[in-house]
Design a protein around this ligand. Structure first.
Ligand code: UN1
Length: 500
């Protein structure tokens, strides 16, 4: 393998990896344009190289998935589960190595990268264990001797399109239920993070996944569009931007094809007057700045109740400004770069535009680094106070930018938290039972945290948003079964004859 020109530091092996696609059980190099996967902390350093997949790879992958589907669907659920369990073991065994690669490729800290690989293993294990849970329901019949069963059948070939920000966890929580429930999969990950996609596919193949049951195609948005509309695909699951999600929903609507999308967020943390301010500061910082704010569940808005606003903001700003921003592979780093220079520039432009408007007050960050971080995709942790409505209050930036507003009372705080088109998650910091009850009742979000950050998702409970944050059935836990299976209602009535 060619060596990168980058400086070799301790820790990761920095030799350039080669990217491959998995089509019909065969690992192959693509024949399309060259793809260079770079380290966002040092964009001149190459992580992996390869060639994009082409249309004929897509056709072959879909044909292989169609061909493999009946056999895979007929494979006992427990046997399918054993493959997922085996892949979980492989991920765990490689958690340090692949988590380090994740950090190198995507930019989140190494601890977060390793944690994400382990999280993917947990997700696979959850779906491996689905085989031990009920597979349907039995209803009483109004007719004598009859029983009505509702059974779940796989849907067929599922197109899986995943984003850059969780290169292995989000694919795991789509691919594991898809495969576990008996579907076959053609997967197109974000082309910014192809290496971890190869790792997840390697784990599944290594665990004995039969040929054609999963194909991996590395490509850009155009390939994703062709996959979603391919005549051989039965259902589409997508996580990514709201604009791409909406166009996929429209395409699937035309085709009457089931689609599930997990899209944007502009998630609010609400710090009420009785909150434990130290705890709230820890959690808001984690929600806003882990993964450099690149989570659809990140805390990008803060509403703070007036009586504690000055004290809380002083604490938060001091701590945000003290965060160690740098190479995500360094032990001391608390926040790495965003995923690319393009992303950095776009977020910086939005902050610059905001800073020039009346009513926008930059409390910390918001300016590019002029030290050795200037060539990397680094942004400073940014906190912006807003006097009223502003694009920084409404638009998802997908970066380390937290917009703050003050509220005189609890009702206004909740109204502000709910303001806008998104409804993925929210966090409320309080110990007042009435405020907890009101938040639970009123906030129009899919995930609500009391005294913890807005991000996070456990494998066994539903995950997904309200309003424009999501479309279709929720993900994770048993909720995933709604999308990855179809029910069949079976009326079972013995024939007139008696048992001989
Ligand atoms: C998390 O909060 O840990 O794209 C997971 C995203 C979400 C997943 C968030 N679909 O950020």
């Amino acid at each position: 393998m060619p060596q990168s020109a980058g400086v070799l530091t301790d820790g990761p092996d920095r030799s350039v990896r080669s990217l491959r696609h998995l089509v019909a059980g065969e690992w192959r190099s693509g024949g399309g344009d060259e793809l260079v996967d770079v380290n966002p902390a040092r964009p001149r350093e190459t992580v992996a190289v390869g060639r994009l997949a082409q249309d004929r790879d897509l056709d072959q992958a879909v044909a292989a998935a169609r061909d493999a589907f009946p056999r895979w669907a007929a494979t006992p659920h427990h046997v399918r589960g054993r493959v997922l369990d085996g892949a979980a073991g492989i991920l765990d065994a490689h958690a340090e190595e692949w988590g380090t690669e994740l950090s190198w490729e995507e930019g989140k800290t190494r601890a977060e990268g390793i944690g994400e690989v382990r999280r993917a293993a947990e997700i696979l294990r959850y779906y491996a264990s689905e085989a031990s849970r009920p597979v349907g329901e039995v209803f009483a019949s109004p007719r004598p001797g009859e029983q009505i069963q509702v059974i779940h059948r796989p849907v067929g070939v599922v197109a899986v399109v995943t984003p850059f920000n969780f290169p292995v966890a989000i694919p795991a929580w789509k691919i594991a239920p898809a495969l576990g429930y008996g579907n076959t999969v053609v997967w197109k990950p974000a082309s910014l993070v192809p290496l971890l996609a190869v790792r997840l596919a390697e784990a599944l193949v290594g665990a004995g996944l039969p040929e054609g049951v999963l194909s991996l195609l590395i490509g850009g948005g155009a390939l994703g569009g062709r996959l979603v509309e391919h005549p051989g695909v039965d259902a589409v699951t997508f996580t990514g931007s709201t604009s791409v999600g909406r166009s996929l929903i429209a395409a699937c609507g035309r085709l009457a094809r089931p689609v599930q999308t997990e899209m944007g967020g502009k998630n609010a943390a609400v710090v009420l007057a009785d909150a434990d301010l130290g705890l709230a500061a820890d959690e808001v910082l984690a929600g806003a700045f882990r993964s450099a704010g690149q989570k659809c569940t990140a805390t990008s808005r803060l509403v703070v109740q007036e009586p504690v606003a000055d004290e809380f903001l002083a604490l938060l700003v001091k701590r945000a400004a003290a965060l160690q921003v740098g190479d995500p592979l360094e032990q001391a780093t608390e926040m790495g770069p965003v995923v690319s220079l393009d992303a950095r520039n776009e977020i910086q432009r939005a902050v610059d535009a905001g800073a020039s408007r009346a009513g926008v007050d930059l409390l910390t960050g918001g300016r590019p680094y002029d030290d050795d971080r200037t060539d990397g995709a680094f942004l400073a942790p940014t906190v912006v106070a807003l006097a009223g409505d502003d694009p920084l209050w409404r638009d998802e930036l997908f970066g380390p930018v937290l917009s703050v507003r003050r509220a005189p009372d609890v009702q206004e705080a909740f109204r502000l938290a709910d303001d806008g088109e998104f409804g993925l998650s929210a966090a409320v910091f309080t110990d007042d039972l009435r405020s907890v009850a009101a938040a639970t009742e009123q906030l129009d979000v899919g995930v609500l945290h009391i005294n913890s950050e807005t991000a996070g998702a456990d494998p066994h409970v539903p995950f997904g948003g309200s309003k424009q944050s999501a479309y279709g059935p929720k993900e994770q836990g048993r909720a995933a079964r709604e999308f990855f299976t179809r029910t069949k209602t079976v009326y079972v009535r013995p024939s007139q004859g008696r048992v001989q």
